[in-house]
Design a protein around this ligand. Structure first.
Ligand code: ADP
Ligand code: TMP
Length: 235
């Protein structure tokens, strides 16, 4: 499989065409950003670790019947994926209060929520990724009501599968962000990545943070946390 034209360079990944029209090549970078691009830096070998962790979760989800864009691993930083028309939403699922939810609702970080909470954010750098409700999604013509129901169902199913696997590794899944796209038939397919960049992982016993919050909050031990998550999942 050959790398074709660069189609898009994002904050964490680059997307290339391939010689097959229905496949993209995703290259995972070490670049890291936080607070809507205000804070920038690099996390050594993050691209390699996130490619491996995402591959692990995409395979786990496929084995559990959740369709996703993963097709094959080309190199340590390169993944071949199904080309999709992305839905411009970030779908966040929360099991415990942390980050912006803790701030907005005045909850202490780490408080277990009575039930998982879903939130939608509009993927728009210009607008700073505002939170949306279902009416906003419909008004913006981003998805239909049936698609929103399907996205909720998929997100909660993914949450159950990930939570269970992580519990066996002594990790609490605090919250995470998903992105979906439509295939050529309009079917909604999980895309993007699942890694410490877009999930909060806490050690169940010590409550140690094993995710990008260590970078966002200048806590140190960032690389070590990413490697620790990879080791726990794959060893
Ligand atoms: P951002 O755009 O937020 O800076 P990235 O650096 O992660 O994010 O860039 C990767 C881009 O690729 C994202 O915009 C994401 O929506 C998009 N993407 C992920 N998976 C697919 C896919 N299967 N098909 C098309 N685009 C995808
Ligand atoms: P938040 O508490 O900052 O709203 O983040 C909730 C979860 O979503 C957390 O796991 C990090 C993830 N996330 C992203 O992956 N990208 C984003 O742009 C934001 C705001 C959050």
């Amino acid at each position: 499989m050959n790398k074709g034209k660069l189609l898009y360079e994002g904050k964490a990944k680059m997307v290339y065409e391939t010689d097959e029209p229905d496949k993209y090549l995703v290259y995972f970078k070490d670049d890291a950003s936080a607070n809507n691009g205000e804070k920038r830096g690099t996390i050594k070998d993050k691209g390699i670790v996130n490619n491996k962790i995402s591959t692990f979760f995409f395979k786990l989800l496929k084995d559990n019947g959740v369709a996703n864009h993963y097709l094959e691993t080309l190199s340590e930083r390169e993944m071949i994926v199904k080309k999709l028309q992305m839905v411009p939403l970030e779908i966040v699922i929360r099991n415990f209060a942390a980050g912006s939810l803790a701030k907005r609702l005045g909850f202490e970080e780490g408080l277990e929520l009575a039930m998982p909470v879903v939130e939608y954010y509009y993927k728009s750098d210009e607008l700073g990724d505002p939170m949306l409700n279902r009416y906003h999604v419909l008004t913006l013509d981003i998805a239909t009501i049936d698609e929103m129901n399907e996205l909720d169902h998929l997100a909660f199913t993914i949450n159950t599968i990930l939570k269970e696997k992580l519990r066996a590794k002594n990790v609490d899944l605090i919250d995470f962000k998903l992105e979906f796209g439509r295939d050529e038939k309009g079917k909604l397919i999980l895309a993007d990545e699942i890694s410490p960049d877009n999930c909060r992982f806490w050690d169940m016993t010590t409550k140690e943070k094993l995710d990008k919050d260590r970078f966002r909050r200048d806590m140190g031990g960032v690389e070590e946390a990413y490697h620790e998550m990879l080791d726990r999942l794959t060893m």
